[in-house]
Design a protein around this ligand. Structure first.
Ligand code: PLP
Length: 444
C-alpha cells in the first residue's frame, strides 16, 4: 500500500453511511475530529472504506507501534489464537504471560528484580499502580500534575487534569489527590525560563502542598508522565524528573511513571524516562506495547509488588493473545524500531522545526523521537492559543491524505507507527506545510 491516494470526496459514500449508523448506535462521548473510516492498514498507510489511502501519523493514538498489521505480530496472534484464546492469568498459569513478565523485567527502567501486573488498558494499568502504591506504603494520598492524562476510570480520572470535559459532571473524585504544576517550559507556571531554572515549579510541592495541605508521610506516591501526551506533548527538562526523584525518595513516596503514551520505543529509547536517568519505583505501560491488542501493565520492583492473592486481579488482563502480540512487538522494537524512532524522529523533528520559519502560527515544536508536538499560537509574543486554527489544520491535513491528532488545547501531535520512513516523514511535513499555509492565509 502506498499513498496518499484520494479517490472520493471526504467522507466518501461508504464512510458517510457508516458514520450515520455510528451516530445511532455508538456512544456520543467519543471525539471524532474528522470522518476517517478505516478499512485496512499496512505499515504507516491506512485505507478508508472508500479506497482512499492516508499516511497515518496517529498510529491509533500511539498504539500501532510496529505499524498496522505487522506480519510478524499477526503471525504471533494467529499462532496463539489457534492454541487458546483465554484462560484467565488471574486463576491459572500460561507461559506467554510469564515470558512477558520476564521480558518486561529485562527492559524495565529501574533496577530489579521486578514483577508485573497485567491489565487491558492504560487506565487499568494506572489503577493497578495507584492501588499498589497505597497498599504498599499504607498511605492514602497521591500527587499528580496539571495537564496530565492518566485515564478515565475513577481512580485515574481523579489524577487526570487535562481537559475539563473529561472531568466535568463526574465528581466527586477519589479523595486524597493533589495536583502540582508540570514543568511546561514554553508556558512556565512560575514565570522562570529554562536557562536559569532547575525545575522551580517543584517548589510548589515542597513549599505549598507538603506544608499546608498534606503531610509528606501520608503521601503514597507521585504519578507523572515523563512527557505529557494528551496534555500537549510537553517535554520537561531532565532536572524536573531528577528533583522529583529526590523529593519522593526523601519522603518515602513511590515514584510512578506513566509511560502509557511515551513508552515502548516511541521516543527513541524503550522508555522516555530513560532520557533522564531517573529510576522510578513503578512504571505503567499500554498503547504501543502489543501493537494494537488491548494490554496494560504495571511493573514494579518485586519488593513493592508483593501484595497477597486476591488484593488485585483482572479476568481478561494479560490475555494470552495480547501477550503473544506483545512479545512479538518487543522483539521488533528491540531489533530496529526503537532505533528507527530515534533516527526518523530526528529527521521529522528537523522538518517540523523548519515549519516555524515559514508559519508564524507554529509557536513551539518539541518532543523526542517519534513523539513530536507542534503548538499553534495566534501571536508568538502573547502565545495566545490558536485552538480553532489547530482544529482547522488537523482537518486540512485529513483532506490532503494525512492523519494527525490534536493534543492539549492547541497542539498537534505526530505519533506515527515506528516503522515510518524518512520519505514518509517528509510527506507528512509537506502536507502539514500546505495545511498551515491554507489556514494561515484564511486568517490573513
Ligand atoms: N496514560 C497516558 C499517558 C495516556 O496517554 C493514556 C491515554 O491516552 C492513558 C493513560 C489511558 O489509556 P487508556 O485509554 O488505554 O485507558
Amino acid at each position: 500500500m502506498t499513498g496518499p491516494v484520494l479517490k472520493t470526496a471526504l467522507p466518501g459514500p461508504k464512510a458517510q453511511a457508516i458514520i450515520e449508523r455510528d451516530a445511532r448506535a455508538v456512544s456520543t462521548s467519543y471525539t471524532r475530529d474528522y470522518p476517517f473510516v478505516m478499512a485496512r492498514g499496512e505499515g504507516a498507510w491506512v485505507e478508508d472504506i472508500d479506497g482512499n489511502v492516508f499516511l497515518d501519523c496517529t498510529a491509533g493514538i500511539a498504539v500501532a507501534s510496529t505499524g498496522h498489521s505487522h506480519p510478524i505480530v499477526v503471525a504471533a496472534i494467529v499462532d496463539q489464537a489457534q492454541k487458546f484464546l483465554h484462560m484467565s492469568g488471574t486463576d491459572f498459569y500460561y507461559e506467554p504471560q510469564v515470558q512477558l513478565g520476564e521480558e518486561l523485567s529485562a527492559i524495565a527502567p529501574m533496577a530489579g528484580p521486578h514483577r508485573s501486573f497485567f491489565a487491558n488498558s492504560g487506565t487499568e494499568a494506572n489503577e493497578a499502580a495507584l492501588k499498589l502504591a497505597k497498599y504498599h506504603t499504607k498511605r492514602s494520598n497521591i500527587i499528580a500534575f496539571f495537564g496530565s492524562f492518566h485515564g478515565r476510570s475513577m481512580g485515574s480520572l481523579s489524577l487526570t487534569a487535562s481537559k475539563l470535559t473529561q472531568r466535568r459532571g463526574f465528581g466527586p473524585f477519589v479523595p486524597g489527590v493533589f495536583h502540582a504544576p508540570y514543568a511546561n517550559c514554553y508556558r512556565c507556571p512560575v514565570g522562570s525560563s529554562p536557562d536559569k531554572c532547575a525545575a522551580e515549579c517543584l517548589r510548589f510541592i515542597e513549599e505549598q502542598l507538603l506544608v499546608h495541605l498534606v503531610s509528606p508521610d501520608e503521601v503514597a506516591a507521585v504519578m507523572v508522565e515523563p512527557i505529557q501526551g494528551e496534555g500537549g506533548y510537553v517535554v520537561p527538562p531532565n532536572a524536573f524528573h531528577e528533583r522529583l526523584r529526590e523529593l519522593t525518595a526523601t519522603h518515602g513516596m513511590l515514584l510512578i511513571v506513566d509511560e502509557v503514551q511515551s513508552g515502548m520505543g516511541r521516543t527513541g529509547k524503550m522508555f522516555a524516562i530513560e532520557h533522564t536517568g531517573v529510576q522510578p519505583d513503578i512504571v505503567t505501560m499500554a498503547k504501543g506495547i502489543a501493537s494494537g491488542l488491548p494490554l496494560g501493565v504495571a511493573t514494579a520492583r518485586s519488593e513493592i509488588m508483593s501484595w497477597p492473592p486476591g488484593t488485585h486481579a483482572s479476568t481478561f488482563g494479560g490475555n494470552p493473545v495480547a501477550c503473544a502480540a506483545s512479545l512479538a512487538t518487543l522483539k521488533l522494537l528491540r531489533e530496529g524500531l526503537i532505533k528507527n524512532a530515534e533516527v526518523v524522529g530526528a529527521h521529522m523533528m528537523a522538518g517540523a522545526k523548519a515549519l516555524m520559519d515559514k508559519h508564524p502560527l507554529v509557536g513551539d515544536v518539541r518532543g523526542r523521537g517519534l513523539m513530536i508536538g507542534l503548538e499553534l499560537v495566534r501571536d508568538r509574543q502573547t502565545k495566545e492559543r490558536a485552538t480553532r486554527e489547530r482544529d482547522a489544520v488537523v482537518r486540512e491535513c485529513f483532506t490532503r491524505g494525512l492523519l494527525v491528532l490534536g493534543a492539549g488545547q492547541n497542539a498537534i501531535r505526530l505519533c506515527p507507527p515506528l516503522v515510518l520512513t524518512k520519505e514518509q516523514a517528509d510527506t507528512a511535513i509537506e502536507i502539514l506545510h500546505q495545511a498551515l499555509m491554507t489556514v494561515g492565509e484564511r486568517r490573513a
